[in-house]
Design a protein around this ligand. Structure first.
Ligand code: NAD
Ligand code: AKB
Length: 320
């Protein structure tokens, strides 16, 4: 990986992944792109940034050629909640974006493409606990449908063209740098901002809606570790389960109260509860552990402590 392109670089994961890649591979060797025009505060001044709509194949090819790109991290996507509000937009961006990235990569000698998947690939028919690597994929959201198709597309490019495509099924990602972009697990980030700012939060999921989650440093570590793993050791390619911890909103609120006793939570479940109900509660990530030595470093308590510390500091400095 010498010349790296990141799509969706201004998003929740894109921002921190781009920064981590720049630290490791050099500021000027990582090209950040997003459909949004303005670089965010975290990425400003850290090297090349281009406005790029991933549904525009010609622009994508131009940037790949301009920088002699050999690796693409394709993060541009529409997530589950926004996807249920506008399923056609979700299909268009997620599917046309992914096929454009794969096909343009193939035609321009890009060596490696990383496309994240999600626990949204599963639907109500899959086992809820310790959901296996290879289990029935019948999602009931448009986002989930696009993630299953995305995985199949990646594996097709591996088999048919020998393009090195890799992907992970992230659980809900919790972070303090960039706000999440319209998913069902967003409550697990919002709750920290509201706790620090207002000492209370109204959750859009029920108190017992258990979902798998992961703290951003583990997400970044997983993504870069998979990207750097020896291809010969991989039996899977596009669909690695990765897991860290699972909790429901009530348990997270109780954990926050350990550090902030005055914090209060209330519940007003909306359409996102149905999405949460269709997803697993815990995930078996033994394939990732054995094929590329995946192991998370954070548990819920360590994540809670760090999120509160970082956001308290940001709030004091008037960042939100
Ligand atoms: P996000 O919504 O925070 O960011 C997506 C970015 O893509 C945004 O900056 C947006 O402006 C950009 N974008 C949207 N349409 C675009 C287009 N047409 N062209 C170029 N850019 C466009 O999403 P994220 O949370 O950073 O997710 C990154 C990847 O990880 C996605 O594939 C997502 O499905 C996957 N994922 C995320 C989570 C999570 O909890 N954050 C969990 C599972 C999987
Ligand atoms: C979402 O809630 O849509 C994402 C995901 C789990 O894919 N965070």
């Amino acid at each position: 990986m010498k010349n790296i392109l990141v799509t969706g670089a201004l998003g929740q994961i894109g921002t921190e992944l781009t920064l981590a890649l720049k630290k490791k591979y050099g500021n000027d060797n990582v090209i950040a792109t997003d459909i949004r025009k303005e670089c965010n505060e975290a990425l400003a001044g850290t090297g090349p940034f281009h406005t790029l709509d991933v549904t525009n194949k010609e622009e994508l090819a131009k940037i790949i050629k301009q920088y002699n790109i050999d690796t693409i991290f394709h993060l541009a996507a529409i997530l589950s909640a926004t996807g249920e509000k506008d399923p056609i937009l979700c299909w268009n961006i997620n599917m046309n974006g992914s096929i454009n990235v794969l096909e343009t990569a193939r035609l321009n000698n890009v060596k490696k493409v990383i496309i994240p998947s999600s626990m949204a690939v599963w639907g109500p028919d899959a086992p809820k606990f310790n959901t296996p690597q290879d289990s029935v994929l019948k999602p009931t959201t448009m986002y989930g449908v696009t993630k299953v198709c995305g995985e199949r597309l990646c594996d097709y490019y591996v088999q048919k063209y020998g393009l090195d495509c890799r992907g992970l099924r992230y659980p809900g990602i919790i972070s303090s740098e960039t706000l999440p972009g319209g998913g069902t697990t967003d409550y697990a980030v919002e709750i920290f901002y509201e706790a620090v700012k207002n000492k209370k939060y109204t959750c859009f999921l029920k108190e017992d809606a258990t979902l798998p989650m992961m703290y951003m440093p583990d997400c970044i570590n997983a993504t870069i570790s998979l990207a750097e793993a020896d291809f010969a050791n991989l039996k899977h390619h596009s669909d690695f389960n990765v897991a860290a911890f699972s909790f429901d909103p009530k348990t997270l609120a109780e954990n926050i109260k350990k550090y902030m006793p005055e914090f209060e939570i209330s519940y007003a479940p909306d359409f996102r509860q149905d999405i949460a109900d269709s997803w697993p509660k815990t995930i078996d990530d033994s394939a990732a552990r054995s094929e590329w030595n995946w192991k998370p470093n954070y548990d819920m308590d360590l994540m809670t402590k760090e999120m509160l510390q970082i956001l308290t500091e940001k709030h004091k400095n008037g960042k939100f």
